[in-house]
Design a protein around this ligand. Structure first.
Ligand SMILES: Cc1cc2nc3c(=O)[nH]c(=O)nc-3n(C[C@H](O)[C@H](O)[C@H](O)COP(=O)(O)OP(=O)(O)OC[C@H]3O[C@@H](n4cnc5c(N)ncnc54)[C@H](O)[C@@H]3O)c2cc1C
Length: 483
């Protein structure tokens, strides 16, 4: 089959009948027709459709000699800097469709599957066939994945094990291995926080590094989202009117929905397991295979697109209400430009100074990507603040499209006009900025950019530890010695 169309993706997800719970009810019927999922599934479908038409097709697909067919770009192992460049261009092409707001376009976790399958010597020999088969199945059917690597947020105090069990220590909270049979391993408990949980073909479960204190928590596997006992419990949807893109231009189309994943004695067949009771591998799977870096490369490419979108929004607001002459406005928009240029430079450096890892994969420069991720987690809320400061009450005076179609439209036309736009165009622009920054969708975007790759505090620590500070310390000593 290889590259699928949007229609095929939607048909397949509907057919799976995954156990998805939302607003107190289990979804019954086609998930693509549910208010919560309609918009995002349509948007994802349009990404798949881009694989079939020029000029986007040549960016998003590759002819694979090995598979004898055309495959999605994310499944191709990069072996040259040119491959990385093409991968970045493809990611950015998809990201532009959602203004960078869909974090989990299919290339995100498909990149993880490709990376793991390209690192076979890392795994215990008996599991290498499994990871290869998971990859081959994904390529052949153009599958999409969600993933989880976090235990429930019960008690994060240092060395706490209460996080893993309930307070009486007799009920399992964090998902663990409770049994092993000739058919597979049995998992009981919960995991956070699968974005798009239930609307992907498969769930990739990766080890929860810090909490894997014993072998029962040391596992990794991928299973179909409709595996018996697997439940996705979703947060409240932000997409109120999935067809009204005037009122909710982003949330109507790109609300990915996040979910808690519950494993109720889920039997994971042996052929789906690729890491089992191996604490050493738990500690190193993300770095040794270059999984972290390949995911960061995708994320940084998307964040560049998102920053371009924010810059466009800020300048459009400033021009519409004619505030571009003020120096502080220019300074604020320059802050966005500086962010964009820093992110582009880091991304380009990561690409230009990529080197092959021990498994022959071309891997972008780690320090550039770690710096970009540390920086963006902290600067993103400031970019959002800048939009708030520029738009002021314009983010509040936001009638809906139905107001413009009512008998008060002449009032709106008069009082909400702007120097450089009529009332409706101005409201449409400000609603877009509001949806990125102030709606439930927008605040979730901020939380996403802060946390989706991990806790900013611990990611800063990782950068500190990875960075070779010695030459600079030696310089200080040399300077002091010469006084
Ligand atoms: C919108 C969104 C989407 C996400 N999507 C996914 C997804 O698809 N798949 C997935 O697996 N995960 C996803 N995540 C989860 C994400 O990986 C985590 O939020 C992130 O790793 C931080 O973990 P936590 O939320 O459990 O925070 P916690 O670890 O609970 O941290 C809470 C606070 O305590 C502090 N703290 C806790 N422990 C320590 C420590 N050891 N040292 C110092 N400070 C500490 C933190 O700094 C923070 O201030 C998503 C998160 C968000 C917000």
């Amino acid at each position: 089959m290889s590259i699928i169309t949007g229609q095929q993706y939607i048909k397949r997800i509907n057919k799976m009948k995954n156990e998805i719970w939302i607003e107190g009810k289990r979804i019954d019927g086609d998930v693509s027709e549910q208010r919560a999922f309609k918009g995002v599934l349509k948007s994802k479908a349009s990404l798949y459709d881009m694989q079939h038409h020029e000029p986007t097709k040549s960016y998003l697909t590759r002819y694979s000699e090995v598979h004898g067919e055309t495959i999605n770009f994310a499944f191709e192992k990069p072996t040259s800097i040119d491959d990385l460049k093409k991968r970045r261009e493809a990611t950015q092409l998809w990201a532009r469709k959602s203004c960078g707001t869909i974090g989990r376009s299919p290339d995100y976790i498909n990149t993880a599957i490709m990376t793991l399958a390209s690192s076979l010597p890392f795994f215990e020999e008996k599991y290498t066939e499994n990871i290869t088969a998971i990859y081959e199945n994904a390529v052949k059917n153009d599958l999409s994945f969600t993933h989880t690597f976090i235990n429930p947020q019960v008690n994060r105090s240092p060395y706490s094990q209460i996080n893993l069990l309930d307070s009486n220590q007799d009920k399992i909270i964090a998902a663990k291995i409770v049994d092993e049979t000739s058919d597979g391993i049995v998992i009981q408990g919960a995991r956070l926080l699968a974005t798009q949980g239930g609307v992907t073909d498969e769930l990739l479960v990766l080890p929860s590094g810090g909490d894997a204190i014993n072998n029962d928590y040391a596992y990794a596997f991928s299973i179909p989202s409709n595996t018996p006992g697997l439940k996705f419990i979703c947060r409240e949807p932000f997409s109120k009117h999935p067809t009204n893109t005037f009122d909710h231009p982003l949330s109507a189309q790109f609300d990915e929905i996040d979910s808690v994943v519950v494993f109720d004695h889920v039997l994971v067949p042996w052929e789906r397991v690729f890491l089992y009771k191996d604490l050493h591998a738990v500690g190193s799977i993300y770095t040794k295979t270059s999984l972290n870096l390949m995911l960061l490369f995708q994320a940084t490419s998307r964040q560049v697109v998102k920053t371009e979108f924010i810059l466009g929004l800020a300048e459009s607001i400033a021009e519409t209400i004619s505030i571009t002459e003020y120096q502080h406005v220019q300074e604020k928009i320059s802050e966005i430009i500086v962010t964009l240029e820093i992110m582009k430079a880091l991304l380009q450096k990561s690409e230009m100074s990529a080197i092959k890892n021990e498994f022959g994969m071309m891997v972008p420069n780690p320090l550039s990507l770690m710096t970009a991720s540390n920086y963006y987690q902290k600067i993103y809320p400031r970019l959002i603040e800048i939009l708030h400061l520029l738009g002021a009450s314009g983010f509040i005076t936001l009638p809906t499209e139905s107001d413009f179609n009512s008998s008060i439209s002449s009032d709106l036309e008069l009082y909400l006009q702007a120097k450089n736009a009529d009332a409706k165009d101005r409201v449409q622009l400000f609603r877009l900025a509001w949806d990125l920054t102030m709606s439930s969708f927008g605040t979730r975007q901020t939380q996403y950019e802060r946390f989706f790759f991990g806790d900013p505090v611990r990611l800063s620590s990782s950068l500190y530890q990875a960075y070779n500070k010695k030459p600079y310390v030696d310089d200080i000593q040399a300077f002091l010695n010469n006084q």
